[in-house]
Each structure stands twice: as C-alpha cells, then as structure tokens.
Ligand binder design. Structure first.
Ligand SMILES: NC(=O)C1=CN([C@@H]2O[C@H](COP(=O)(O)OP(=O)(O)OC[C@H]3O[C@@H](n4cnc5c(N)ncnc54)[C@H](O)[C@@H]3O)[C@@H](O)[C@H]2O)C=CC1
Ligand SMILES: O=C([O-])CC(=O)C(=O)O
Length: 312
C-alpha cells in the first residue's frame, strides 16, 4: 500500500533535530524519520521510540522512527538538516564553517540519492553559507533549498517587544532581513503591535536596545546554556516553515533564499521575505529600503559572502 501521508526526514538527532521531530509529529505534518551517524544509531532510535510513545498520550497520528540508514529516508517530501556541530560560549557561528560544510556535503549526497524531489530546509550554522553549500551540492532548483533564520530572529524580536509592552505575542509582528549573524537587519519600520507601528508605542532608544538584543539573541542563549545553543525556538521556527510547505499555505515568512539579482545581490543566500508553499520558496518579496537599511543589509551580505568565499 502506498502511504499518502507526507514524509519528513530530520537529519541530526541532537537538540534541534529531536525537538523538531517531536514538534512536527505533534502537529501531524507527516511521518518523521530521524537520522544520525552510525555511532548515534541507538540514541537516535531511542529518542524516536520515546516520541512514538508520547503519541497515544497526546493523541497525534504520526509515525516517528530513528535510523542511521539513509535508505529509510527514501521519497521524503521534506528534509530538514540540523546535522553538525553547535557553538559554545566565546565562539561565533562562522567558527563552525569548515566542519559543518563537510557534513553538509556528505548529508546532501545521501538526500539527493534517495529523495531527488524533496524540499530541503537547512538549520545548520553558519546557516546562510551552509544553505549555499547544500544548494550547490544538491543541484536542486533554488525553490527547493532554503534556510531557517528569519522566523527565529523575528520571533525573538516579537518576544522582547511583547514583554516590553505587556501585550500578547500574537499581536506583535516583526521583520528581520539579512544574514543570521550579529549584523542582521531588524526592520522596525515594518513592525507592528495590533497594526500600530511600533515606533508609535516604544521610544526610539528602547527600540534600538530591543533590536540589539535581537541581533545577539542566539549568543545570549549560548552564554546561558554553557554547552550548546538554542533549540526550542529554532525547532518551532522550522515547524512553522514545514507546515507552510507541506500544507501549501503560501505564507509570507522570512527564509534564507538564493538571490539572483533580488535586492541587488547575486549568487548568495540571504534572509529575505518569501512566500512558502507546496513547491517550496515560491516567491521573494522585494521591498523598498531606506539608504540606511540598504547600507546595513550590504554589511550583512558582505559578512555572508566572506564565509561563502572561505568555502570556495
Ligand atoms: N539557523 C538557526 O537559526 C539555528 C542553527 N542552529 C545550528 O544547528 C546545528 C545543530 O544544533 P544542535 O542540534 O543544537 O546540535 P547537537 O550537537 O545537539 O546535534 C547535532 C547532531 O548532528 C549529528 N551529526 C553530526 N554529523 C552528522 C552527519 N554527518 N549526519 C547526520 N548527523 C550528524 C550529531 O551526531 C548530533 O547528534 C548547529 O550547527 C547549530 O549552530 C541551532 C539553532 C538555530
Ligand atoms: O546562536 C547559535 O549558535 C544558534 C543560533 O543560530 C541561534 O540560536 O540563533
């Protein structure tokens, strides 16, 4: 019997991978295959079995299995890559580049071999450059290879604004452009609370502090955890992207997309507003930027380009 359920493979069964597997299963987005290296096969199987045993309690219908055999990922609709090393206090995301680029290449080879029609979402850092690596290694069209940063960065901004205003997070919208580094560009001009521009509700000095906290939000968690990086909010961000794709929602969500002239950049992956639907990244939305915003975006794009250049 051919299953009509969607199949989602999550590569890397560490903190972000395991949490993502659980969240997508809880939302019944499809059956989940959690994959790690052979040395991690038993813990990966154990985590998956533990999740499968949560299903009757929470009442979600999704099969969750663990493996180190890519054959089990065959015909995945969506592949989420979280494999690789994470940073520790004192490190930047870019310090991970050489180790994780090798992992991206080997993982992508297996994905292409077994799921040549899949859509790939990359989380592994430095994520802009790693998404570029997966794109080049896969030979897939740009619609089917994207990265996650903007949903998370925007979520951090929204959480901080909600706390500041003592207003529900549901009413806060945010907008972050650029690379997933400390020079990302949160656009307060396009951010609202219940439809009211934030600039009308928060002083410019306080808003600037919130922007700075957003930029270094990943590092704030790294310093608190001491031995790894964030995983609950990253997994939630991947889950919302997965849902938009698997349910063909055509949501406007930021994603790391391959730019071919958009925003004035060529041959680079960068965080921009996109439409996510059944075929992946279906549109890039181009906005007018002020000179100052464009200057900040140029700086962020330069940082990403430098990391990509190391790889080439
Ligand atoms: N883009 C973003 O917004 C975010 C990115 N990240 C990044 O995600 C990555 C994963 O983070 P965590 O899950 O916290 O790390 P983790 O160390 O908990 O898990 C990584 C897993 O990848 C596995 N792995 C290593 N090589 C592999 C291979 N060749 N094939 C399959 N699995 C392999 C490891 O065995 C480990 O289980 C890191 O690079 C981190 O910086 C984390 C949070 C947010
Ligand atoms: O900060 C890190 O290394 C992990 C990450 O990308 C984030 O949490 O934004």
């Amino acid at each position: 019997m051919v299953s009509i359920r969607k199949k989602i493979s999550v590569i890397g069964s560490g903190f972000t991978g395991a949490t993502t597997a659980l969240m997508v299963a809880q939302k019944e987005l499809g059956d989940v295959v959690l994959v790690d290296i052979p040395d991690m096969e038993n813990p990966t199987k154990g985590r998956a079995l533990d999740m499968a045993e949560a299903a009757p309690v929470q009442g979600f219908d999704a099969r969750v299995t663990g493996t180190s055999d890519y054959g089990d990922t065959k015909d995945s609709d969506l592949v989420i890559i979280t494999a690789g090393i994470a940073r520790k206090p004192g490190m930047s995301r870019d310090d991970l580049v050489n180790t994780n680029a090798k992992i991206m290449k080997s993982v992508t080879k297996e994905i292409v071999k077994y799921s040549s029609d899949a859509i790939i979402v990359v989380l592994t850092n430095p994520v802009d450059a790693m998404t570029y690596t997966v794109y080049k290694a896969s030979g897939f069209p740009r619609e089917r290879v994207i990265g996650q940063s903007g949903v998370l960065d925007t979520a951090r901004f929204r959480a901080f604004v909600a706390e500041e205003l003592n207003i529900s997070v549901k009413d806060i919208t945010g907008f972050v452009l650029g690379g997933h580094g400390d020079d990302m560009v949160p656009l307060t001009r396009y951010s609202y609370a219940g439809g009211i521009p934030l600039e009308k509700l928060i002083s410019s000095e306080r808003l600037e502090e919130i922007v700075q906290r957003t930029r270094t939000g990943g590092g704030e968690i790294v310093n608190l955890l001491g031995n790894g990086s964030a995983y609950y909010a990253p997994a939630a961000s991947l889950t919302v992207m997965a849902e938009a794709i698997l349910k063909d929602q055509r949501r406007i969500l930021p994603s790391i997309a391959y730019l071919d002239g958009e925003y004035g950049y060529q041959d680079i992956y960068l965080g921009v507003p996109t439409v996510l639907g059944g075929t992946g990244m279906e549109e890039i939305i181009e906005l007018d930027l002020t000179d100052e915003e464009k200057k900040q975006l140029d700086k962020s794009a330069d940082s990403v380009k430098k990391v990509i250049d190391i790889l080439e």
